[in-house]
Design a binder for this molecule. Structure first.
Ligand code: SF4
Ligand code: SF4
Length: 298
């Protein structure tokens, strides 16, 4: 057995069920995600009226979910130069789900990229597939050593990881960090996601047919401020927003904070630099590794 496989399995201690789940999840990443997608789509189409399914979906989302990242917060994760291990209930202010909210990056300079199972499932263009990024040696080395040929996994530098995220954000993809009980209850996988080709974003749409409050992703924690003097009402921000949070051009600019995920795409797509993010006190805190460290130290 490869050393990286032993390490991946070993992090689950006596929980052999989770070790097996973690191993199978990544080794069969594509069929696993494709099966979940098809099952969820079927349930949403046929059984959205079935009340008892709601708590089951909520339970599933409590165990496997995402957190939107602003471009700045993603960059901080990809350039971490020291281990970060913050485990505990306080992290639920950032990742507001019952389980899987640990922030653990061990040897974060070891980064890998691999083909994204969501994009394969949903028929995304070939040049967007190699976009799922893992930060932290325990899982990233397993990807490279065990899944290199199968899913085009390869080690990349922090600079290449940054350039992948920047490229996708320029193309209008949001950045999400994924948390899953079966992968150790923590994050590490950061992906570049588009609502048309992301199974997680689709899952939220399916789940809302059962309960409009359900979401597989926590908001990034920001809202958007506009400098009215700079704004020329071109509408580029509204066009960049996948969540319908900005009222389109031609009418008064308004932001619906309840729809805003804080992803930051509008800010980056404004040609006049008229927009900026601020921490929204009504949202979960951002996954800003500096903030995570400060809260832990305090
Ligand atoms: S993209 Fe910038 S300039 Fe254009 S409408 Fe939005 S805020 Fe105004
Ligand atoms: S308004 Fe839309 S694009 Fe801008 S941060 Fe909010 S969700 Fe993202």
């Amino acid at each position: 057995m490869l050393r990286s496989t032993r390490k991946l399995l070993g992090k689950h201690g006596w929980r052999l069920d989770r070790a097996a789940h973690n191993y199978l999840y990544f080794v069969y990443y594509y069929p696993y995600v494709r099966t979940l997608y098809r099952l969820f789509r079927f349930l949403a189409a046929r059984f959205a009226w079935l009340g008892p399914l709601r708590p089951i979906i909520r339970m599933a989302f409590d165990r496997y979910h995402a957190k939107f990242l602003s471009g700045g917060d993603a960059r901080k994760i990809l350039t971490l130069n020291a281990d970060l291990r913050v485990v505990g209930e306080a992290n639920r202010d950032i990742v507001p789900y019952r389980y899987a909210h640990s922030v653990i990056f061990e040897n974060p300079g070891y980064i890998a990229v691999m083909d994204c199972p969501c994009k394969k499932t949903l028929g995304a263009p070939a040049d967007t597939l190699n976009s799922c990024i893992c930060v932290g040696e325990a899982t990233a080395r397993f990807w490279v050593e065990r899944l290199g040929a199968k899913y085009n996994a390869r080690r990349i530098s922090p600079e290449e990881a940054l350039s992948i995220v920047d490229r996708f954000r320029r193309m209008g993809y949001v950045t999400q960090a994924f948390f899953k009980v079966a992968t150790g209850g923590s994050t590490g996988v950061i992906c570049n996601c588009h609502p048309d080709t992301c199974v997680s974003l689709k899952a939220t749409g399916f789940a809302r047919r059962f309960d409009p409050e359900l979401s597989m992703a926590a908001d990034a924690g920001y809202a958007v401020r506009r400098d009215a003097l700079r704004c020329r009402r071109c509408g580029a921000c509204a066009a960049a927003c996948h969540f319908g949070a900005i009222r389109p051009a031609g009418i008064e600019w308004t932001l619906d904070r309840s729809r805003c995920t804080g992803c930051g795409l509008c800010v980056e797509h404004c040609p006049e630099n008229a927009l900026s993010l601020y921490i929204d006190p009504e949202k979960p805190l951002p996954l800003d590794v500096d903030l995570v460290r400060e809260r832990h130290a305090g």
